[in-house]
Write a protein that binds this ligand. Sequence first.
Ligand code: PMT
Length: 395
Amino acid sequence: MSNFLIFVTGGIAAYKIPNLCRLLIKAGHNVKVGMTENATKFITPLTFESLTKNRVYIDDFLTDVEPDSIDHIDLIEWADKIIVAPCTANTISKIANGIGDNLVTSSMLVVKSKPVYIFPSMNTNMYENPFVQENIAKLRKLGYFVFEPDEGELACKTEGKGRLIEPEEIFNIVVEEKLKGVKFLVTLGPTKEGIDPVRFISNYSSGKMGYNIAKYIKDNGGEVFVVAGDVCLDLSPFSYVKIRSAEEMYNEVISRFSEYDILIMTAAVADYRVKNISDKKIKKNDETLLLELVKNKDILYEVSKVKNEKQVVVGFAAETDDLINNAMEKLNRKKLDMIVVNDVSRSDIGFGADENEVTIFLKNGENIRLSKQSKYLIAKHVVDVAYNILREKNE
Ligand code: PMT
């Protein structure tokens, strides 16, 4: 069950949206609607209020907001998926250029890493206008899903491209259940290797990359189990277990792996642990302190020994130099189906950041470069590629 936020803008096709609401609600989803002032001239807010049993949001500055709520921020926080339908040329261009002059457009400025589905509807000439096309291309590049309108008779009595696609089709697109029946095991976050009862060796992983992978899987109907290091993320939407050390992560992954179709290891696992963990807090008596480290088991390497031909295993490579060669060496040594390499020497991507920029290397030598974008959109590509490999293997 997902929270769908539907923004309706001022086009004749607004009459199709109550049907979309009905389909979503019937499938068990929650729906809230926001409208531009112009949209209310085509369809009344009361229609949506009656259908969704939720207040309809129209203008930040006109509605009686509760003192402790800010509509455009709270709405986006509530939503799992955001739909703009019908979306006029005006709203497309405002979103693409960062203009926030009504509830819909100012809400869109708040969106950071949630899927946005835009369904344009307008006169053909407006649709083909180079400014509008440029703005659509810009939105797509930024990761928004902008769909082609249908061809046919338009409200302006002309024939051509510009009709809003039918609600049933929109429903099928936004309630993607393509991962239904597929079981994913995802690891995330750092491991912590104890030194004494109060100290440990660890790394800067926040778990965000893996969290977004798990979220994308869940949003698309897949089954996901998360093995998480010590992270400050709310994992309650998922089934999960929390671990501390690399050894604990190894035990959790190895004991569960056979039940899953796809393993995605985003966790930053320590390669070494302290040989003798002190059971008492170490005193600072000496000028130097030597810790002897021993190698941890490589989880992915161990997985490769028990993996069957139908399972897919995805590794991540955190590199600071010679990215391609290091990633390829890991792909081959750990017998992975694919590896996702990111440059962790950069502070704007990789560890702790909300965005990432990666290259996916496949076993067959192909590679896919993904420009800097939200970790959710990176997750979408990674999961989609892994899922395609699974399908090919199981055909
Ligand atoms: O968590 P975030 O803040 O969002 O940051 C994301 C990330 C940078 C941690 C993530 O994108 C990433 O790169 N994860 C892999 C981190 C890592 O351990 O990379 P590595 O190159 O050292 O290891 C390669 C692969 O082997 C990884 O899939 C790792 O999980 C796995 N491994 C490593 C060591 C070990 N003992 N066993 C393993 O299975």
